[in-house]
Design a protein around this ligand. Structure first.
Ligand SMILES: [Zn+2]
Length: 378
């Protein structure tokens, strides 16, 4: 969904409103936002979007004994989108959706998005990264503009400061590129949450006037962690979204295992790059194209796929990629290059693999680095 991911990033604010709440995830910090005393609950419930039973954590307020989609331990809340214009949109943080308080499709979507956000939170936590913010998950039913027959927000997902937004899916399910609820795809949810992470850690919050390489890196980190966290682990982004998908169409937003073979019905003619040389040639030939981030991201995300293909576990790779965020030079991160990414990854790999006790860990590090050679990043 190149177009939508572009629009997503273009609107992201550079201001981290969550910064003042980042210090802890304790109950008292949460209570500052949530003036209710709650009982944490969980249950197994059927979800129509995932077509399976999900185990969902949520809570009940002792004030009104209503169920709310909020988990104090993770500080995640599902909120309603209160304004149809995405450019002035704000999640209404006083209007938390009640668990059973809305129409069936929307309540199913909210439960599904909550479940996926909890899964992402736990994956990051289990691999050494504490999200450290009050995370708002907004389910967005609005369609505010139409471009090329697009359903706009309903077909989009994006992350902004402390909130991830997920559209309810195409109004017209018959068109070839119709999508279902964006928050139903585990990898899309992780992708958007990772935008909040790279914003928080490196200030990568919008495309703006930043270089094509830095913008591509921002997309790549979101895609890489999305696949490492995804139990499907098919190295395709959004492959569960398209209503008309089939074994022969193989629709997805990006095919990381084989970027050139991406079959994205939203932008069928896109040339997703596999090597740095392909990307620089594309940028030089199309300096004003607005798809640099999307088509360049696959250079780095494909390197991550190659590392997976070498037999390294998702957990090991996730720890290294997440640790690499702390290895960039903060003063130059605003225009980080693919080469900077390689250096940060190297430092992170030495640290993470060095802690395993494997006496041959440096050999493992150099094996991993071969993936950067394969995509032409030196
Ligand atoms: Zn993105």
């Amino acid at each position: 969904m190149k177009k939508h991911l572009k629009r997503i990033a273009a609107s992201v604010s550079a201001i981290c409103l969550a910064a003042s709440f980042c210090s802890s995830m304790t109950a008292s910090a949460a209570l500052g936002f949530w003036p209710k005393t709650v009982m944490t609950k969980s249950s197994d419930m059927w979800n129509s979007y995932r077509n399976t039973t999900i185990h969902l954590d949520y809570c009940t307020s002792k004030d009104d004994y209503q169920d709310y989609l909020y988990t104090p331990g993770r500080n995640i809340r599902v909120v309603s989108v209160s304004h149809p214009n995405r450019y002035t949109i704000s999640a209404n943080k006083n209007d938390v959706q009640k668990l059973y308080g809305s129409d069936y499709n929307k309540s199913q979507a909210e439960q599904c998005a909550m479940y996926n956000a909890e899964q992402t939170y736990d994956f990051l936590q289990n691999n050494g990264y504490n999200l450290g913010i009050q995370l708002y998950v907004a389910v967005n039913p609005y369609t505010t503009y139409t471009i090329d027959g697009s359903d706009g927000q309903r077909e989009s997902a994006w992350g902004e400061t402390d909130t991830v937004y997920f559209g309810m899916g195409s109004n017209n399910p018959n068109k070839e590129n119709a999508v279902t609820f964006l928050g139903s795809a585990s990898d899309v949810v992780t992708h958007e949450i990772m935008h909040l992470v790279t914003d928080k850690e490196l200030g990568w919050s919008s495309y703006g006037n930043n270089t094509p390489e830095r913008n591509a890196l921002m997309e790549a980190y979101s895609d890489i962690l999305a696949e490492l966290a995804d139990s499907r682990n098919d190295w395709k982004i959004g492959s569960t979204l398209f209503l008309h998908n089939s074994s022969t169409k193989n629709y997805c937003l990006r095919n990381i295992a084989n970027p050139a073979a991406t079959n994205n019905p939203v932008s069928p003619d896109e040339n997703y790059c596999t090597t740095y040389q392909q990307f620089t040639a594309y940028v030089n030939a199309n300096p004003y194209a607005n798809n640099h981030a999307a088509v360049g991201s696959t250079v780095i995300s494909h390197a991550a796929y190659l590392m997976h293909d070498m037999g390294f576990s998702n957990q090991t790779l996730a720890k290294i990629w997440l640790t690499s965020l702390s290895k960039y030079n903060k003063s130059t991160a605003a225009n980080a290059t693919f080469s900077d990414c390689k250096d940060a990854f190297f430092d992170a790999a030495v640290e993470v693999l060095g802690q395993t006790g494997n006496r041959y860990y440096m050999a493992q590090v150099f094996t991993l680095m071969e993936a950067f050679d394969e995509v032409g990043v030196y």
